[in-house]
Every structure is written in C-alpha cells, then in structure tokens.
Write a protein that binds this ligand. Structure first.
Ligand code: GDP
Length: 317
C-alpha cells in the first residue's frame, strides 16, 4: 500500500462533503473536520498533534476570505496543505557542518530501525557532497554490527573506525574524532547501540526499564551511554533514526530521546514499507526538531533529504 494512501482517501471524503457549498461556515466544516481528524488518527498521527492541527485548520478555514473563482473545498485543501507543510517544519533541513575540525554526526535509535544502513547511506551522501567521511563502530554490544559496518564502509569506499568490542563507546568515539582530525576528514558518522527491544527470553541483568507515556521501554543504561558519548565529542548532529512503521509510539519515542539526550533532528527509515505515515507528521511537532532525511529502501542511494512540501503533496494525493 502507498504510504499515505489511506490518509489521502480519508481527506478526500472531507473535501467531498463541501461540494456545492458557497462559503466555508462553522456548520458546513464540522463534518469535514471530523473526517480530517479521523483520517489523521488512523494514519497514526499522535493525538495532541491531531488536535492542534484540526483546531488550527478550522480557525484558518473560518477566517479565510472567499476568493473569486476558488471553490470552498479547494480553499480547504490549500489550508490543509499549508498546515501540513508547517507541521513538518516548513523548510528542508540539511546537515549542519562545523567550520573547522571534523563534524560529528551521532546516530541514535532502537535496534533494527536501520541505523547501520543509515550510516552507510549518510557516508554515500557525504561523498556526493564532496566531503570525506569516516564511519565509527560504537555499537560494541553486537559484534555483528561492527562487521556489518565494516562491509558497508568497504562498499561505499570510506574508512571504518573500530576498536572491537572491549573498548567503551565514549572513548572509541573520542579516539575516532582525533584520528579524523589528524587525517583531515570532514565528518564522522557514529553508529551507536540500540538495545531497546526487550525479548522476554534475554532481559539483560542490568536492564532498568523506564516506561514512557505510550508504554515504550527505554533502556536506561543505553541512554546513559549515549549521554556519555555525546559529552565526549560534542556532536554537531544528533540524529534519531526512527522506523516509519513505529506508528503511534513514534511521538513518545522522539520526545523521550529528545528530553534525554537532546537531538538535532530525525531520520525516518522504511518509508517504502506499508507504514501509515503518522511518524512523518508527528516528529517535528512533538520535539521541535525536524526530520532531515528519509530512507526509502535498502540501497545506498535510498536516502533523501526530507522536503515538507513534497511530503504534503503526497499526503494530498
Ligand atoms: P540497525 O539495527 O538499526 O542498525 O538496523 P539495520 O541497519 O541493520 O537494518 C535493519 C534491517 O532493515 C536491514 O535488513 C536493512 O536492510 C533494513 N532497512 C534499513 N533501512 C531500510 C529502508 O529504508 N527500507 C527498507 N525496506 N529496509 C530497510
């Protein structure tokens, strides 16, 4: 299914109810507004975001002047479009680079969301920008993660910094930064651990769960380690990698990571899957941080900057 397919259809039923009306009124927009609200909720947009969105759209719809030649339903479509663009941050947000010394891009996120893949994709993106780059293996809990990063680094043609599984991530990252500095490398991308998916069969002995509003379990030890890594290298970018399929919980996840470690943006992966799109619409509003990139597949080229206006167009079909 197309990501926003259901949402697009839901919104269409809102416009359809306005056919034949001359002007938008409190009475005739109430049904369409309910449709918009329902469509957004069904697309997994977070409830507070939906509430704010709908009230803002109603207000604009009622305050809008009638424009000659523009039908009321077209006017509402335009208002929803503009509001969607705003909701997603308005403008595109590209990577920020430091003026001197290596730019440190720290990636965080749950296990399995596509973080390691994003490392390689970002390296590929940086190369295209003409920037030299090094990947850093700071997920020391899964030897397979280091191997995977090494293979991906070879594929992209960028060095991978690793100290194996014995060293501590903050120290590894600090050493990697020194190495990048000495080699005049423009940017390092740090792959961190995401031990968050708790299997009932193998809860680590030191697991101290923290329950967020939506019931996501956050591994405190992992969060503390991320804070340590962040303190050690003062990254320019702290990007939270979020699986678009996360659904309603995406908002709680982004909020928690932002409060705990402070993020500069998010990367939404697996947009090629059959997610309903809610995360794309919630991230900016709940965290104040923009989505910077989206991943649409497993290949290196499948990472694109996030354009709020294009995304809004897709929502409207
Ligand atoms: P990590 O545990 O967060 O490092 O996740 P990985 O990078 O190992 O990715 C987990 C799985 O998701 C792998 O099979 C990837 O190929 C796949 N994957 C990552 N990004 C995408 C994406 O944008 N689209 C699709 N379809 N699969 C992806």
């Amino acid at each position: 299914a197309e990501m926003f397919g259901q949402l697009t259809t839901g919104l269409e039923s809102a416009w359809n109810k306005l056919r034949g009306v001359d002007v938008l009124t409190k009475e005739n927009i109430s049904e369409p507004m309910r449709d918009i609200r329902r469509a957004l909720l069904e697309a997994d947009v977070s409830l507070p975001v939906v509430r704010r969105f709908v009230s803002s759209v109603s207000e604009k719809a009622l305050g809008a002047d009638t424009i000659r030649g523009v039908r009321p339903e077209q006017q509402l479509v335009k208002i929803v479009h503009d509001e969607l663009v705003q909701l997603m941050g308005g403008e595109v947000s590209d990577l920020v680079f430091t003026k001197s010394g290596p730019t440190v891009i720290l990636l965080a996120g749950l296990q399995g969301v596509g973080k390691t893949t994003v490392c390689a994709k970002l390296a590929f993106y940086l190369k295209k920008l003409g920037k030299s780059c090094m990947l850093v293996a700071a997920d020391v809990y899964r030897p397979a993660a280091i191997d995977q990063l090494t293979i991906l680094g070879k594929q992209v043609g960028v060095p991978v910094y690793s100290e194996g599984t014995e060293a501590k991530p903050p120290q590894i990252t600090k050493n990697a930064m020194e190495e990048a500095k000495s080699k005049n490398i423009d940017a390092i991308v740090v792959d961190t651990a995401g031990r968050l998916q708790v299997s009932l069969l193998c809860i680590p002995f030191n697991f101290q769960p923290k329950v967020t509003a939506h019931g996501i379990l956050i591994d405190k030890a992992m969060m503390d380690e991320l804070k340590e890594v962040k303190k050690a290298v003062n990254p320019t970018e702290v990007l939270l990698v979020v699986d678009a399929m996360t659904g309603q919980e995406a908002a709680a996840l982004v909020t928690t990571f932002n409060i705990e470690i402070g993020i500069t943006g998010a990367i939404l992966t697996k947009l090629d899957g059959d997610s309903r799109g809610g995360a794309a619409l919630s991230v900016k509003e709940v965290s104040g941080r923009p989505i910077k990139f989206v991943g649409r597949g497993e290949r290196l080229e499948d990472l694109e900057l996030f354009y709020p206006d294009r995304m809004a167009q897709r929502v409207l079909g």
